[in-house]
Design a protein around this ligand. Structure first.
Ligand code: WT7
Length: 660
């Protein structure tokens, strides 16, 4: 990694915050100094933004690393912090959620409404025998009841395990079994791409193999007919008939709040465990700091699904604990037309938009004229999460969505970290396109070499976290050894040999520090290529391809090569109007190979470039390079069950036969 090419460091564009935003920002540069002076006192102050039923005795107990305890002895209720305290403060009539279904139906839900709905669900779950510590699986479309289900679990101390509604019966079965869930909350279905998409049959199939499940609670969304059994209960016949009164009980700061399984490609999914006080402290603080969230005036929209950690932290717990107004949308961005997102931004006056690079690149592919048809004038801050954002995608986002003037926060974090860890602060940082910039106040991220030594500015290596943070995962559910093995054994005290005394968390990502010490994420280390003895990151070659005006999106893999060890094989999606038929396509491929060589140096010139209509992505939108490697090395495909759209691989593999 230390030999990685230096191209990204040549990115010289830098965009300071707009003056008005900087003048009125929730968080200023002082926060870095305060956290630097006393990290634990800093987090203690952030915990103080929440309502606690009992004050903690100790901020951090790190006496048994890597098992952390934050705010030891403190007690609080997460749902109380997200709902009751806003209602009690007279803000019950404020809109919590502007919900829009894919078919165009809408609901306006105030904090008082959300509070009542959550109390009813808490009472109904209690009636079904759910008690604190039990696990509840949630398999839902993006309807408000999904958030209500999570909040109701939090309210009664049940640990929720949300499983993304696009996952198969087998994935659902594995997750229910791993956590021995007692209840499953689901819906008959949701709307996707213009049609009802059933969920209940998948639950029926899964639950048949899950003896732990006693009850299934079903929200009626599509009205399609469903099979029914003894253990099934309609939401409208139980929850909506229950009392709207419920007193929230305080739970220990380390009480398990939720389990969320990381998608995992081939390995058994890992049940990432998050707890109560530290998790809410950091999700709440980062919503306030990174999005500069102003509950009185902002309309916030995070386009993630509630089935991912982004939906947990930045739809449910972060924004609601801050009393924000937000938009929640059920469907896909191109139903019924490709301007759907921009129409929603204009309709609700969205001021803060948080989305993923995969979406931005898709919008680039669809063309500049689509966002141009909308005003987008209410937007004041843009965010990105999930993958490295290529500098050109960043510029496109700023230009075509952000009127050429809005700040963009590129937020690096993981299911495991629970909250944002590395990101610009929008009122402080002069952001560079493609860089997540700086660890947030109170976070000690670093880039280290193979030996675990901090690399100097200008160097590359592995991204690590040196100090525990409040919303860190506490373990892998039921598997402490795997927790240590996966995250704590590569560097530091957990590594065999001379790692030193310090416990160091290895995130699995490659990264670089530029000459100013700003952090550039280079993708998962498994994706780094070794070409003729040089480490080259797939992210860098992809960014070089996307910087060509004819390319919207690209994926790069290293394929075994008899001379170079590995050779670079690239897959590129052309932008909207590009002609790729016959010779024009051949010419474009030749141009692209030269363009990469010119941008990064001849060593990075791809051996082969394929023009493709789509790329294989996981359901959370990450490119599955493993499958592209199978194609590039002429192997039969590995497991494709986590693909968003399994037909994509046939398209790509058949084109590969042409031998470009
Ligand atoms: C992995 C975590 C974070 C919530 C959604 C994904 C990649 C995430 C960025 C970013 C570069 C990023 C990393 C990380 N990643 N954000 N801003 N820049 N890479 O959560 O599914 O747990 O994935 O996503 O590789 O390790 P996740």
């Amino acid at each position: 990694m230390s030999e990685a090419l230096a191209n990204l460091l040549n990115e010289t564009r830098q965009f300071p915050p707009p003056a008005e935003l900087a003048a009125d920002a929730n968080v200023t540069a002082e926060a870095y100094a305060e956290a630097e002076a006393d990290r634990l006192a800093f987090w203690e102050r952030q915990a103080g933004r929440l309502a606690w039923a009992r004050q903690w005795d100790q901020v951090l107990d790190w006496s048994n690393p890597p098992f952390a305890k934050w705010f030891v002895g403190g007690q609080l209720n997460v749902a109380y912090n997200c709902l009751d305290r806003h209602v009690e403060a007279g803000r019950g009539d404020k809109v919590a959620i502007h919900w829009e279904g894919e078919p165009g139906d809408t609901r306006t839900i105030t904090y008082a409404d959300l509070h009542r709905m959550t109390c009813q669900a808490a009472n109904a779950l209690t009636d079904l025998g759910v008690v604190a510590g039990d696990r509840v699986a949630i398999y839902m479309p993006m309807v408000p009841e999904a958030a209500v289900a999570m909040l109701a679990c939090a309210r009664i101390g049940a640990t929720h395990s949300v499983v993304f509604g696009g996952f198969s019966a087998e994935s659902l079965t594995n997750r229910i079994q791993d956590a021995s869930a007692k209840v499953v909350i689901t819906a008959d279905g949701g709307y996707r791409r213009g049609k009802p998409s059933a969920l209940k049959p998948t639950v029926d199939e899964a639950v048949a193999n899950c003896p732990s499940v006693e009850h299934v609670l079903v929200v009626r969304r599509t009205g399609e007919s469903v099979d029914w059994s003894q253990r099934d209960h309609w939401w409208h016949e139980t929850v909506e008939q229950a009392s709207t009164e419920h007193t929230a009980e305080a739970f220990d700061a380390e009480h398990p709040l939720f389990i969320l399984y990381t998608s995992g490609t081939t390995a058994r999914p890992k049940g990432i465990l998050h707890t109560t006080g530290g998790y809410l402290t950091q999700t709440s603080y980062t919503s306030h700091a990174v999005f500069d969230l102003k509950p009185e005036t902002d309309v916030y929209w995070c386009t993630a699904d509630i089935g991912w950690v982004t939906g947990h932290s930045y739809i449910v717990y972060g924004p609601l604990s801050n009393g924000a107004t937000q938009v929640m949308y059920e469907g896909t961005p191109d139903t019924p037309h490709k301007g759907r997102f921009w129409e929603i931004v204009d309709r609700y006056g969205v001021t803060i938009l948080y989305t993923a690079p995969t979406l931005i690149r898709t919008m680039m592919k669809w063309g500049d004229d689509i966002p141009a048809e909308y005003s987008l004038s209410t937007l004041r801050l843009l965010g990105s999460v999930g993958e490295p954002i290529n500098p050109e995608a960043w510029m496109w986002y700023r230009q075509h969505v952000g009127r050429g003037e809005l700040p963009i926060v590129d937020t690096w974090w993981q299911t495991e970290t629970g909250s944002i860890m590395i990101s610009p602060l929008p009122g402080v940082t002069a952001a560079k396109p493609g860089s997540a910039m700086t660890p947030l106040p109170g976070i000690s991220a670093d880039v280290v070499d193979d030996q675990g030594q901090s690399v100097p500015n200008g160097g590359g290596g592995y991204l690590v976290l040196r100090e525990p943070w409040p919303s860190m995962l506490r373990t892998i559910w039921g598997d402490d050894n795997r927790f240590i093995e996966t995250y704590w054994s590569r560097f530091g005290a957990g590594a065999s040999g001379t790692g030193g005394d310090e416990w160091i968390y290895f995130a699995g990502d490659g990264a670089k520090k530029d000459d100013d010490g700003h952090v550039w994420l280079l993708g998962r280390v498994d994706d780094v290529m070794l070409v003729s003895g040089h480490n080259i990151s797939t992210t860098e070659v992809e960014s070089a391809l996307v910087s060509h005006p004819s390319v919207a999106e690209a994926a790069v893999v290293g394929a075994t090569d008899p001379t170079a060890g590995q050779a670079i094989v690239a897959f590129a999606i052309p932008r909207g109007s590009t002609d790729i038929s016959g010779e024009a396509g051949e010419q474009l491929i030749a141009d692209l190979r030269n363009h990469v060589a010119k941008t990064l140096g001849p060593i990075a010139k791809p051996r082969q470039i394929m023009l493709v209509p789509e790329l294989p992505k996981t359901r959370s939108g990450k490119i599955m390079r493993r499958l592209l490697r199978d194609v590039a090395e002429n192997r039969s495909l590995g497991d494709v069950t986590t693909l968003q759209d399994s037909s994509v691989m046939e398209l790509i593999a058949s084109g590969m036969g042409g031998g470009k």
